[in-house]
Design a protein around this ligand. Structure first.
Ligand SMILES: [Cu+2]
Length: 139
């Protein structure tokens, strides 16, 4: 008989604990919502940065009718920024047309974020002999 009582006992407190936690969670959140919407939003801000922190930026100059460096290797998620340093308009256009810039004047920039691994050849459509390649490799 003692074993029956022993089995029955743990169930009751467990249910009580569960509903008490639910009540505690609600009462704990209520003041935050009421007093400070920022306190509720901040956990989201804490969750987002790791993805952004992993993102890197690489720069490529367009000068003297060439992409410099002509060849770079980056990790997925890297934002590549091209800057036209020439007096002549150039474009940055993927060989597979997956991205393309408008005509870039002196000082103009174009950026593309490479998310997938692979080798991406690009060129200037005005001067197709101007080519470059971005290797995207997982670290
Ligand atoms: Cu060009």
């Amino acid at each position: 008989m003692t074993s029956n009582r022993g089995n029955a006992m743990p169930n009751a407190p467990a249910v009580a604990r569960r509903s008490m936690l639910g009540t505690l969670a609600l009462s704990a959140l209520a003041p935050l919502v009421a007093l400070s919407p920022l306190a509720v939003l901040s956990p989201l801000a804490v969750l987002s940065p790791p993805a952004l922190a992993a993102a890197a930026t690489a720069s490529i100059d367009i000068k003297s009718f060439a992409f410099t460096p002509k060849e770079i290797t980056v990790v997925p998620g890297t934002r590549v920024v091209w800057t036209n340093r020439d007096e002549t308009p150039h474009t940055v256009t993927a060989a597979d047309k997956s991205f393309t810039s408008p005509g870039l004047d002196t000082g103009d920039t174009f950026e593309h974020t490479f998310t997938a691994a692979g080798d991406f050849t690009y060129l200037c459509t005005v001067h197709p002999y101007m080519t470059g390649i971005v290797h995207v490799k997982k670290p």
